[in-house]
Design a protein around this ligand. Structure first.
Ligand code: TXA
Ligand code: MG
Length: 359
């Protein structure tokens, strides 16, 4: 039977011996799960075909879904990317290390298994001391998808990785809870117009300001439908899904935390509850939670509408919790598609089985 070594590493006081052990596993083509500022990744040597194949197998990941390559300095960037357009370099220099992934022309050093046969490679420099130390000490870029079985909610704690992928990772580095709780923003700057491939921890509005131009946000990046394979392979509609069927309630428009639509949204959830059989759970915000008192549903408060950072950080944990506490159906409130809200709604729409829009 395979065993998983668990190494506890405090991000504020890096245990370099533990990191060196994990780094030696990476160099030998083994799998190491590690924390980043976004979610936990299941890492392998990004220059090894065999190691990459192991990652796909461990996650049950379709072979057409490429991996993100994590680097710790700009020399590694030029090792994995054939060229870096000026616009991309400028943004990387401003925001790395940080939760921004850039799609770039790939170098010959990156095997096709990592990029699912594409001529481009997705690259980011993670803003997490454990991730950075691991890449540095391994001395090689690390390819890492989120450390969850394909299609399921992403892990924000080491215990999630151990529960979901136990024995599939050779080492799990437990560096505590991740910071943002949802994945990096993926941007393609190779065409004439910047295109958002996945909203994430850096909001589009911030990136537009730094770029000085508009970013195109396709429907699939909002969480609607599958992405065209040529642009964003493997970005399937259904993803991040708990086993509990999730029904998402959204306003066609929101205008502030006390918008009249929010009240209608709450009423729509209350009306829906009347027809639900089994054990309903409601994923509510701090502002609305009291409306669901005494309606016979378990209420999970995800955070405040005034602080979407909090909602983003708790999202995957709440989705996992729905399964743990045995909800038969979950009803979740939506958030505006602005700032972090876009990333939250992308995940929530992909995780849901049904969407109810209130206007
Ligand atoms: O925050 C994150 O990005 C986390 C942590 C671990 O760094 N990683 C992550 O990886 O979210 P994953 O595998 O769950 O999502 C990576 C996505 C893929 O689904 C794919 O759509 C996109 O990145 N991707 C990778 N390479 C690409 C490429 N060459 N062109 C377009 N999209 C690409
Ligand atoms: Mg993922």
């Amino acid at each position: 039977m395979a065993l998983t070594i668990v190494l506890k590493v405090d991000p504020r006081k890096i245990d370099i011996e533990a990191i060196d052990l994990a780094a030696s596993y990476i160099r030998r083509g083994r799998l190491v799960a590690f924390p980043t500022e976004t979610v936990y990744g299941l890492g392998c040597n990004a220059l090894s075909s065999d190691a990459a194949r192991r990652v796909y197998e461990a996650k049950g990941r379709p072979p057409d879904n490429p991996l993100i390559v994590h680097i710790s300095d700009f020399d590694m960037l030029y090792l994995v990317a054939r060229e870096v357009p000026e616009k991309a370099l400028k943004l990387a220099k401003r925001l790395w290390p940080g939760p921004l992934t850039l799609v770039l022309p790939k170098s010959d050093r990156v095997p096709p298994e990592v990029t699912a046969g594409l001529e481009t490679v997705a690259v980011r420099m993670p803003a997490h001391p454990v991730a950075m130390a691991l890449i540095e000490r391994a001395g090689t870029p690390i390819a890492a998808p989120s450390a969850n079985p394909s299609g399921r909610p992403s892990p924000t704690k080491a215990e999630h990785v151990l529960r979901d992928l136990s024995f599939k990772a050779d080492i799990v580095i437990d560096g505590g809870e991740t910071i943002y709780g949802l994945e990096s923003t993926i941007l393609n700057l190779l065409g004439s117009v910047p295109v958002l491939l996945r909203p994430g921890a850096y909001p589009v509005e911030v990136l537009e300001e730094l770029l000085g131009e508009k970013i195109h946000v396709p429907e699939f990046a909002k969480g609607f439908g599958d992405a065209p394979r040529a642009l964003a392979p493997g970005m399937k509609h259904r993803h991040y899904a708990p086993s509990t069927p999730l029904v998402l309630f959204e306003c066609s428009e929101y205008d502030g935390p006390h918008s009249p639509c929010l009240e209608k949204l709450v009423n729509a959830i209350l009306a829906f509850l009347k027809d639900v059989s089994g054990r309903p759970c409601i994923v509510a915000s701090e502002e609305t939670a009291k409306a669901y008192r005494d309606v016979g549903a378990r209420v999970l408060v995800i955070g405040s509408r005034a602080n979407l950072y909090e909602v983003a950080k708790r999202l995957f944990e709440v989705l996992r919790k729905l399964d743990e506490i045995g909800c038969d159906v979950a009803l979740m409130e939506g958030y505006p598609d602005r700032g972090l809200g876009l990333a939250i709604m992308n995940r929530a729409r992909k995780a849901s089985v049904r969407r109810v829009v209130v206007s």
